[in-house]
Design a protein around this ligand. Structure first.
Ligand SMILES: CC(C)(COP(=O)(O)OP(=O)(O)OC[C@H]1O[C@@H](n2cnc3c(N)ncnc32)[C@H](O)[C@@H]1OP(=O)(O)O)[C@@H](O)C(=O)NCCC(=O)NCCS
Length: 165
């Protein structure tokens, strides 16, 4: 399996339904436009038997780090850093849910961000866990920021260590 860049001429963005309207709409309306403007990148996992069908997608970009909301030790270590990688959206179509695709997409997104960080260094990956997905991200080692229940982070150092295990 591999993810590819969203292609509005190939992928049936209207078929996709993860059950969360803003996430469906983002894929339908915004994802391609935002990528053209170099604001975000959206990657999709195609159904191999019908490649126009999107099993799931994620969107990556950068975001400022709220250093004050990190644990003390990390605040000190990263005091000169300003940006983190952001998994801005991640969703799996309801018809493909609970088959491990969400986990696979998350690991794929982390791998891409780890690779990006080798060129343009940043110390953390951040996610905004909407709509009951907090437990999903915590399961994979993300920690909530001190001042926020929905925003979580994972350090690049931890991602690197878990991938080299
Ligand atoms: C959250 C989501 C991506 C999970 O996708 P999925 O393909 O169904 O998940 P997986 O089958 O890969 O599940 C992997 C593991 O995470 C767990 N998990 C899945 N969704 C979870 C949730 N919302 N909370 C806690 N754990 C969750 C599963 O139980 C599974 O654990 P197991 O390996 O111990 O059985 C999917 O339900 C979705 O798209 N939801 C709507 C959009 C959304 O909330 N996106 C995230 C916020 S931007």
């Amino acid at each position: 399996m591999m993810t590819v860049r969203l292609d509005k001429n190939k992928h049936d963005r209207h078929y996709f339904d993860c059950g969360v309207k803003p996430l469906n709409n983002y894929l339908r309306v915004m994802a391609s436009q935002q990528s053209q403007k170099d604001n975000t990148r959206t990657f999709v996992l195609e159904d191999s038997s019908q490649p126009e069908r999107v099993i799931g997608y994620y969107t990556l970009t950068m975001t400022p780090i709220d250093l004050g909301a990190l644990p003390d030790k990390l605040q000190k270590k990263h005091q000169n850093a300003s940006s983190g990688g952001l998994i801005a959206r991640l969703a799996v179509d309801k018809r493909y849910a609970k088959q491990g695709y969400g986990e696979w997409l998350l690991i794929d997104a982390l791998n891409r961000l780890l690779q990006a960080s080798e060129t343009v260094a940043f110390p953390v990956v951040i996610v905004d866990a909407k709509d009951g997905a907090l437990g999903f991200y915590e399961k994979f080692g993300f920690t909530p920021f001190i001042d926020s229940t929905n925003k979580l982070f994972l350090t690049i150092a931890d991602i690197r260590a878990s991938i080299s295990d």
